[in-house]
Design a protein. Structure first.
Length: 184
């Protein structure tokens, strides 16, 4: 109730939310988000393996052992990179999860309105207009409302109705069309 009073003072409008969701962030949700960011930022992380392997091959040629020992540089890298990346993601997800837990941001409530949504945690609240969203990404279990390329409000898909899910996807479609028009 306090939240609505505060919002009404700032917005000068009285309207009930279209949908309200109680969310609890799990460590797997954060891991999914990190994978999504990595794939978006680097397109395909595996595509970086070959140039780095080539560089390591050149380094082996310049070393004292020469071409005879090239495999000592390349093979450990080709094994360590694909195995190591998921461990790094898990470690980072655990760090972020613990930081959010300490700040009291694991459980929150999101109220969706026509032009914005409000996320309320034990630490406070934040209003975000749909126009401010950089992107809305969808994984198997969650929806990521991203105001910037590296941050998101995580909404579990099972907590949304079909109508609300369609509404949020239509917002994403509208913002993609708006961004395409700006580029022209």
């Amino acid at each position: 109730m306090e939240q609505e009073i505060i919002l009404n003072e700032h917005n000068k409008q009285v309207c009930p939310p279209k949908h309200t969701v109680r969310c609890k962030v799990e460590q797997d949700d954060i891991l999914d988000f990190q994978k999504l960011i990595t794939k978006e930022s680097f397109r395909h992380p595996k595509a970086y393996m070959m140039p780095i392997a080539g560089l390591l091959f050149c380094m082996s040629l310049l070393s004292n052992s020469g071409l005879a020992m090239w495999y000592l540089y390349i093979i450990p890298y080709l094994i360590a990179f694909p195995i190591g990346v998921p461990f790094i993601w898990r470690k980072n997800a655990k760090k972020v999860f613990n930081r959010m837990k300490d700040m009291g941001k694991l459980e929150y409530e999101i109220s969706f309105y026509d032009k914005y949504f409000v996320a309320t945690t034990a630490a406070g609240w934040q209003k975000t207009e749909y126009e401010q969203l950089n992107k809305i990404c969808v994984s198997d279990n969650a929806l990521f409302l991203m105001p910037s390329p590296s941050s998101a409000t995580i909404v579990p898909k099972n907590s949304l109705t079909d109508e609300m899910l369609e509404f949020l996807i239509s917002i994403q479609t509208a913002s993609l069309n708006k961004n395409a028009a700006k580029k022209k």
